[in-house]
Design a protein around this ligand. Structure first.
Ligand SMILES: NC(=O)c1ccc[n+]([C@@H]2O[C@H](COP(=O)([O-])OP(=O)(O)OC[C@H]3O[C@@H](n4cnc5c(N)ncnc54)[C@H](O)[C@@H]3O)[C@@H](O)[C@H]2O)c1
Length: 335
């Protein structure tokens, strides 16, 4: 089979990870990259990408592309996916697809009509800890799931300039947890009740966002989930999930820098968790993009599809409404 011709849009934090992984992959040829900033273009040049441009339109028009990897800021995703679909090009798009439900529905319609594949970047599904939890729940190891607990805390908040364009904590950060909540028990959410506060940095509040939250979810069958978020955990990235059911419980743990334990008169000491997403999900990002590429070369579906993006967005929008109105909000209210 011939090599798949891949292009990449946006070479910031996450674009560089995906480009690095794609460069290592067999059956893949990176044919083009775009970034409006010189720094991003220079990064692509250092990776020997043959065609490097500063606009997306130019990139799509310049060379034949089988699939595009969209790693640009959130407010470009919907347009870029739509333009790719109309040109018959498959797309992998970082989360979220857009902050507007109407726009996501519109784009998914174009994707469906264009008969191209679209995968969303919910990387935690490819992490071995989360995968194991799902596998055990699916195999009935904990019986009927009753409760899901997700802890998701960042080591530090992003710059205010990022927060201002991010869509807020629920659509930028918790959206991963909403996806994990659906993924681990394979159930859909019916109702959301969110509480949030600014406890870390007043500037985050001034930018119209929160930095700390608790969200409870009720699934259609009555199973419940609770998610806790913080933008600043002093000990590093904290990523855990637990599913409690009629026959037991499964928990996943953080990944640590190493597994040593030092015992002395002051106590028992261990290494900190891996610092942040680039370290914790290094392997998950590799598997995620490999699975996307594999799905292009076969008849199989992409492992995370547009509907997964849509459902997580609905939960996020319901969480925003719940916080604003201080009441539980049914997903049906925002559809
Ligand atoms: N799945 C994950 O774990 C994960 C992690 C981080 C970010 N993300 C998502 O990826 C996206 C990018 O985040 P990031 O942290 O890499 O941001 P970033 O700011 O580090 O990088 C963004 C890059 O896009 C470039 N850019 C700016 N405008 C552009 C445009 N119009 N077209 C193309 N490129 C443009 C910038 O020059 C920069 O190089 C966001 O939507 C974010 O939500 C996902």
């Amino acid at each position: 089979m011939r090599n798949l011709k891949i292009a990449i849009a946006g070479l910031g934090r996450i674009g560089r990870i995906h480009l690095g992984n794609l460069c290592q992959m067999k059956g893949v040829e990176i044919v083009a990259a775009m970034d409006p900033m010189e720094e991003g273009r220079q990064y692509a040049k250092n990776k020997n990408v043959p065609c490097i441009v500063s606009t997306y339109k130019e990139m799509l028009e310049t060379t034949h592309i089988d699939a595009v990897i969209i790693c640009s800021p959130t407010d470009t995703h919907a347009d870029y996916v739509e333009m790719a679909a109309k040109a018959g090009i498959n797309a992998f798009c970082e989360k979220p697809l857009d902050l507007s439900l109407e726009r996501v529905v519109e784009v998914l319609e174009v994707v469906a009509q264009s008969n191209v594949k679209l995968m969303l970047g919910f990387n935690r599904r490819f992490d071995k800890e989360f995968k194991k939890v799902k596998e055990l729940v699916q195999n009935g190891a904990v019986g009927q799931p009753h409760l899901v607990k997700i802890t998701s805390r960042d080591p530090g908040a992003p710059p205010i300039s990022y927060i201002e364009k991010s869509g807020g904590l629920f659509l930028d950060m918790t959206i991963h947890d909403f996806d994990v909540a659906r993924f681990v028990v394979d159930k859909e959410v019916e109702e959301v009740y969110a509480k949030g506060a600014v406890l870390i940095d007043k500037a985050i509040g001034e930018a119209g966002d929160i930095d700390t939250a608790i969200v409870t979810l009720t699934y259609t069958d009555g199973t419940m989930a609770v998610i806790d978020n913080s933008r600043q955990a002093s000990y590093g990235y904290d990523q855990r999930v637990e599913v409690f059911g009629s026959n037991g419980m499964v928990q996943s743990n953080n990944n640590f820098m190493d597994s040593h334990k030092l015992y002395n008169e002051k106590g028992i000491h261990a290494a900190l968790p891996l610092h942040f997403f680039l370290e914790r999900y290094k392997e998950a990002y590799r598997i995620e993009i490999q699975d996307f590429i594999s799905s292009l070369g076969s008849d199989s579906d992409v492992p995370v599809n547009g509907n997964d993006g849509l459902e997580s967005l609905k939960i996020g929008l319901a969480a925003i409404k719940s916080l604003e109105e201080n009441r539980p909000v049914k997903l049906a209210e925002i559809c």
